[in-house]
Each structure stands twice: as C-alpha cells, then as structure tokens.
Design a protein around this ligand. Structure first.
Ligand SMILES: [Fe+2]
Length: 187
C-alpha cells in the first residue's frame, strides 16, 4: 500500500476521507446510570451522543488505526454524555488520545481492577497503557474532540464494560463536575 494523508479538522473533528459511525442514545442507553432519565429523553427524541470517524487502514498487525471522536455536550440525568468504553480485544495493546477541542475526562480501569481518571483539554496527549479499558466523557459545554492512534489489529471489546460498567460515574452536582461511585457496578 502507498503512503497517504487524511485531513483532520480541529474545529469540527471531521477526518477526511474517513468512515463515520454515529452513536445515538437509543444505541447506548443501557450504559447510563439513570434509565428513567434515558427513557424520558427517548420519548421526545433520540439525540446523537457521539461520532467516531476512522481513517481507512487495514486492521492488520503493524498498521496504526487512527480516528477522531466527537462527543456532543449533554447529560442523561446527572451523568455527562460519554463513549461506551472498551478494552482492546488484544489486551496488551496501548493507545494515545490527543485532545483537539473541548473539555473532557478519560476514565480508565485496568484488568487488575485499578482505576484512573485524566483531564482532557486541547493539547493533552493521554497515554492509555496496555491492559486498561477506556471511556471518554464530555464535561464541557461544547463538543469534545480528540484524535486517536492505536495498533490496527487491537480490536474492540465493548461487551465487558456493557456487562460490569465502570467503578465510577462522572456527574454534575450543584454545577460541579464530580466523580462518584457507581452503585450499579457489577463485579
Ligand atoms: Fe481503544
């Protein structure tokens, strides 16, 4: 294959040419803590929560997958919009998230059950080590946009997080961004 460019728009998060995946509330509803709040929103509308735009790279050893992610601002109940979160299928693989726009939190948990949270703002390059699952959360008023680079054959395991959740939730309490225990955590 030949070398190639993609263009990343720092303001909109567009990656061109790229393949876009849209995640609407109806598709990620079960991940949120407050199911009644999610249902109430879905009675009225099905908001777009986030989008991922992938560069066209073979999912093969030696290649580097890369994408942009755009998380819209908003909340379900008190909980800020987030990505589903995943482990890599191939657990021993790392990733870098480079924040382009907005204000976010990166919530991580290792296969050993240790958790961590990092701030994301324009210019932060967050290193996600091997064996750590990762979820990003938009805690700002604008879109949270970041660029990702990962081993292209790492694969995505969303199921584990769907099943057990994260040990922490990121919520708004009295206008403050708070990290609180997740009462629904299963493990
Ligand atoms: Fe990842």
């Amino acid at each position: 294959m030949k070398p190639f460019n993609v263009e990343v728009n720092f303001q909109t998060g567009d990656l061109t040419p790229g393949k876009k995946i849209d995640r609407y509330l109806s598709g990620v509803k079960n991940m949120f803590f407050d199911q009644a709040a999610a249902d109430a929103i879905l009675q009225r509308e099905d908001p777009l929560i986030y989008q991922v735009i992938y560069a066209d790279v073979p999912e093969a050893k030696g290649h580097l997958g890369n994408c942009t992610t755009i998380i819209y601002p908003g909340k379900v109940g008190r909980e800020f919009y987030f990505t589903k979160g995943h482990f890599h299928e191939e657990r021993g693989t790392a990733e870098i998230y480079f924040c382009l726009q907005g204000k976010g939190k990166l919530l991580l948990e290792s296969t050993d059950g240790e958790w961590a949270i990092l701030d994301m703002y324009p210019g932060t390059a967050s290193y996600i080590p091997p064996y750590w699952s990762h979820r990003t959360i938009n805690v700002g008023q604008e879109k949270l946009i970041f660029y990702c680079v990962f081993p292209a054959d790492a694969g995505h395991d969303y199921g584990t997080i769907e099943e057990i959740g994260y040990p922490k939730l990121v919520v708004e309490e009295n206008g403050q961004i708070m990290v609180v225990d997740n009462p629904k955590r299963r493990k």
